[in-house]
Design a protein around this ligand. Structure first.
Ligand code: ADP
Ligand code: MG
Length: 344
């Protein structure tokens, strides 16, 4: 077959984002009501009175979660929350989810029940209707794919590509905790694998473990924006680490930025864990993932309105594109942010 002569390229040559760009670059949108296709936290469809916001996420056993230390109920909860986070990142309100699962033979009915307990709890906590899905068997393990659908007025929707020079960059909550929770779980797993009599000691680490295993999405921030009449100028959720998400906002908005190490919120539970690992806490905040906080920009005139909210932390500002995306360290050094792998 002539196909044999074809040169195949490793996906690792271009990476996940490169692959997404590669397969989606020639998509032409056919419908005028598709306001946003690929390229933001969610797609946006205009139905006149209201816009629908749609996003999907896929969780694969062994890639996104390890069942050795992940309770199934938490897994179900997290699978919902990661999708809601993408809806909130559009400044929209999630309303429905569709859940698809593939299950291998090692799972019993009771296991699937536990996953659904978590899914249903998230639906209660975030006021979401579960409206359908698909169920399949799997040869290799568990896979959960959830699609979330949200609503917003067209003029309220916030994209990643609309940050403007001099806007203030803010993050919610704190960063790096979920990553440090994962490091702890991986460490205890290794110790257990080497000695089955080893008893994992997870006591006193509740906060970082909860951030890794049962994260929450920032519903209250979107409500806060509505109550105070604030519309961010751009927004994204932080699923892959602060550096990566800042680069997305800067690249899509055609701007640069300056952020300050001293302003980046890191919980002391995460700092302590990082110190135990001889690791810089900043590295966990910049390059760790799964915090599901929001990163957004606001006009300087709105700064006063957000400053009294203890969950919102201004970390820097948007600058000209040729400035690049720069971090000013505590010692005053300028470092260019890398999408991944900035090492102290
Ligand atoms: P997020 O981290 O916010 O979930 P991703 O990095 O997964 O976003 O995806 C970035 C963009 O690429 C999104 O708009 C998403 O819908 C789109 N995308 C990801 N994978 C595919 C795919 N296989 N086909 C089409 N679009 C995709
Ligand atoms: Mg996102």
């Amino acid at each position: 077959m002539s196909e044999n002569k074809k040169k195949y390229r490793e996906i690792s040559e271009i990476g996940e984002f490169g692959l997404i760009n590669h397969i989606t670059k020639d998509i032409n949108l056919k419908h005028s009501n598709t306001l946003k296709g690929v390229g933001d936290d969610a797609a946006v469809i205009d139905y006149g009175e209201i816009c629908a916001v749609v996003t999907t996420d896929l969780l694969i056993e062994g890639i996104h979660f390890n069942l050795i230390y992940t309770p199934l109920k938490h897994l179900g909860y997290k699978a919902v929350v990661v999708n809601l986070s993408d809806v909130y990142a559009m400044n929209a309100i999630p309303k429905q989810i569709i859940v698809s699962i593939a299950i291998s033979k090692k799972f019993a009915i009771e296991h699937v029940e536990e996953i659904y307990e978590g899914i249903k709890l998230a639906c209660e906590n975030y006021n979401i209707d579960l409206i359908g899905g698909d169920t399949s068997s799997s040869l290799t393990g568990l896979a959960i794919s959830i699609t979330a659908i949200g609503e917003a007025q067209k003029e309220d929707i916030v994209y990643r590509n609309t940050a403007k020079k001099n806007d203030i960059l803010c993050v919610t909550g704190n960063l790096g905790s979920a990553y440090m929770g994962l490091q702890l779980l991986e460490r205890e797993k290794e110790l257990f694998n080497n000695d089955p009599n080893f008893k994992p000691s997870l006591e006193g680490y509740d906060y970082i473990l909860q951030r890794q295993l049962k994260p929450e999405a920032r519903k209250e921030i979107i409500e806060f924006f509505k109550d105070l009449g604030i519309k961010p100028t751009s927004m994204i959720d932080i699923s892959d680490g602060l550096s990566s998400e800042i680069k997305h906002i800067c690249e899509k908005s055609d701007v640069g930025c300056k952020i300050f190490q001293d302003k980046i919120p890191i919980d002391e539970n995460a700092s302590n864990m990082a110190n135990e690992f001889n690791m810089e806490p900043l590295t966990a905040a910049l390059n760790g993932g799964e915090d599901y906080e929001l990163l957004f920009t606001i006009n300087v005139n709105d700064l006063e309105k957000v400053q009294n909210n203890p969950l919102i932390h201004p970390i820097g500002h948007i600058a000209d594109k040729d400035h690049g995306a720069v971090l000013i360290t505590s010692s005053g050094k300028s470092i260019h942010l890398q999408a991944q792998g900035w090492i102290h």
